[in-house]
Design a protein around this ligand. Structure first.
Ligand SMILES: [Zn+2]
Length: 194
């Protein structure tokens, strides 16, 4: 659930406290108490994640189909039954055509945010080298374009980063490339450290 709950999912009664935060509230704004069945109603973030694919000094970005001209890491929300790695691997292939074994993804960063009003997310982000992926690079069904850029190439292009990307990773691709590369180097030194 990533909208404030209006009804109890167990008994269907309107949740007290959403519109009147002083009534029935246990801990604002994440947990509510149902006055009808007395159960707790949680307002939790949705899990998502991104893939930082590195090809030498270049980082793979996609142009978001929702906002042409704005670029971001290949990313999306975890679906039912998926682990975070499996969700990120699926999103990478859907958006860029590159296939990766979820086990080859290396964790490097996590974050929490509110990309739209009252829609909370947590993001779990993985790095992978281009040579660990298979398939041909091509923009997928939910991306307009997919390209590798060095931070300098992107900064001097006419493209811009999507605001949700900046909220999650800052406006510096250097930071992202450095963090992803450092995690990949640690994983290479110690394959259990992923
Ligand atoms: Zn209830």
């Amino acid at each position: 659930m990533n909208q404030p709950p209006k009804f109890c999912p167990y008994c269907g009664a309107p949740v007290v406290g959403v519109d009147s935060p002083m009534l029935g509230e246990v801990e604002t704004p994440m947990v509510y108490r149902c006055d009808s069945c007395d159960d707790y109603v949680f307002y939790n973030p949705t899990p998502g994640g991104s893939a930082a694919v590195l090809d030498g000094d270049r980082l793979l970005l996609v142009e978001d189909f929702r906002s042409p001209g704005e670029w971001k890491l290949p990313s999306g929300r975890v679906e039912l039954g998926e682990s975070p790695r499996e969700g990120v691997a699926r999103e990478l292939e859907e958006e860029t055509g590159l296939a990766v074994d979820p086990e080859d993804l290396t964790y490097f960063y996590d974050e929490a945010g509110e990309p739209a009003p009252e829609q909370y997310m947590v993001g779990i982000n993985y790095a992978v080298r281009r040579e660990q992926t298979g398939g041909c690079l091509r923009a997928g069904s939910d991306a307009i374009d997919a390209q590798f850029f060095t931070p300098e190439e992107f900064a001097t292009s006419e493209h811009s980063l999507k605001h949700t990307h900046v909220d999650r990773f800052g406006d510096s691709l250097e930071w992202l490339v450095d963090e992803a590369r450092a995690a990949l180097e640690r994983a290479q030194d110690d394959p259990d450290d992923r």
